[in-house]
Write a new protein. Structure first.
Length: 247
């Protein structure tokens, strides 16, 4: 997607993308709880920094793409971060200039670890302050990353906002292709994601039943606040599942 008009500072920017850990002092709240894998993610035009900026977490960044021409830095290693950046592509000159930066700079909060390996546009590196061992994702799960020189073509083919999203009303069938949205999206209190397109005529797109579930599989009588799993059955026997977030 293009940068959203009227963004931070009145300009078309995605400025500070991903902040993991809000304060150096949140050890009890955030310590050991922010471990995350970023795979096949794309920080494109308009992103300036925090892609991500990390405190406390063990973070694996694999086969990701950094292409913003206005990046001041990409990955920020802040207090007690332990980051492993692997087979990732830094394709813009701005991203290549500062693929990572140390953000653990406050007095008493200078511990960090970061590793870069097999990346395009950034040299292999390891850097740390403190005594914690370097995080290695291979100790936690098995995976096979693809070559960094393929990231620039593979990631844009599937990353980003690629779905047609409808919020606030049931879409009417006007052709053989319809966006399936749960009936509960008739109010402004719901947001629907992971919408699937189906090829169907009007008769086969008739809904015969709708069932609601929590994210852990418990069937619900109706949607509740937060994330819901909605299972919709159509007259032709087709079953579609969508994720619906209700505010």
């Amino acid at each position: 997607m293009k940068p959203w008009a009227g963004g931070s500072g009145g300009s078309d920017k995605h400025c500070f993308s991903d902040l993991w850990g809000g304060s150096d002092k949140n050890v009890s709240k955030d310590g050991g709880k922010l471990n995350t894998t970023f795979a096949n993610c794309w920080w494109d035009e308009g992103c300036i920094e925090r892609m991500p900026r990390v405190r406390f977490g063990k973070i694996h960044i694999v086969n990701c793409l950094y292409s913003s021409s206005v990046a001041s830095y990409c990955v920020g290693a802040a207090y007690r971060s332990n980051i492993y950046v692997e087979n990732t592509a830094f394709t813009s000159s701005a991203a290549q200039k500062n693929p990572w930066a140390v953000k653990a700079t406050s007095s008493g909060y200078k511990d960090y670890n970061i590793t870069l390996k097999g990346c395009y546009g950034a040299s292999d590196a390891q850097s740390r302050s403190g005594n914690e061992a370097f995080f290695n994702p291979y100790s936690y799960y098995k995976y096979t990353p693809y070559a960094a020189n393929l990231v620039g073509s593979v990631v844009p083919a599937g990353a980003g906002a690629t779905l047609s999203i409808s919020v606030g009303g049931w879409p009417k069938t006007s052709s053989a292709k319809q966006n399936v949205v749960d009936m509960e999206t008739r109010t402004d209190e719901t947001t629907t994601t992971a919408i699937e397109n189906i090829n169907a005529n009007e008769s086969s797109a008739v809904v015969t039943s709708v069932r609601y579930y929590s994210v852990d599989g418990l069937e619900l009588p109706t949607m509740r606040k937060g994330l819901n799993i909605v299972r919709t059955t159509f007259a032709d026997g087709t079953v579609k599942t969508s994720k619906v977030f209700r505010r």
